[in-house]
Design a protein around this ligand. Structure first.
Ligand code: SME
Length: 163
């Protein structure tokens, strides 16, 4: 089955509601963070239309992100906090919704087909960034406030794996 590429706001909200229920159930009782990250990536990538690269970068050393579980084409392996949209999200501890990466001052192009990007930090209980969720789309302005809110809710579920 091919996913419909454009959703109304109601359809998108509904998809996320179902996804969040699945993710909560799948992570219930799980303690391994890589199993959790891989499960979230799988659910998002296969459940949402227009998610062409979906993955996590993990903080593996001070100011350094290393690629974690992902789906899509080849992703770059290491991103320092001072580089790219992922680094900016980790550095500023904020979600970034980029409508057109070609107009963004510092974007690392892992794929030339990527146009829009959403990056959401995952925090531990000390509000340190332990990972970022990175989603790329080949469609312009693919991500909106619903994606931001729902992906932030998903990332909050992951905090417990880092305490
Ligand atoms: N575009 C990201 C790099 C990661 S890849 O897109 C998978 C960035 O600018 O940080």
């Amino acid at each position: 089955m091919t996913l419909k590429t454009s959703l109304t706001k109601e359809e998108k909200q509904e998809k996320y509601t179902v996804l969040l229920t699945h993710i909560r159930a799948l992570l219930d009782g799980e303690t391994d963070e890589i199993a959790a990250l891989a499960t979230v990536v799988c659910e998002l990538h296969n459940g949402m239309p227009g998610f062409h690269w979906t993955g996590f970068y993990r903080t593996t050393a001070p100011e350094l992100l290393t690629v974690g579980p992902y789906q899509g084409g080849h992703g770059c392996l290491r991103i320092p906090f001072h580089r790219g949209i992922c680094g900016e999200s980790a550095r500023t501890k904020s979600t970034l919704v980029i409508k057109d990466v070609n107009k963004h001052s510092d974007h690392i192009a892992c794929s030339s087909s990527t146009v829009s990007e959403l990056v959401v930090p995952v925090f531990n209980s000390k509000t340190e960034v332990v990972a970022v969720l990175d989603i790329d789309s080949d469609y312009e302005a693919h991500f909106d406030e619903i994606d931001q809110e729902q992906c932030e809710a998903i990332c909050k579920l992951l905090s417990r794996f880092y305490d």
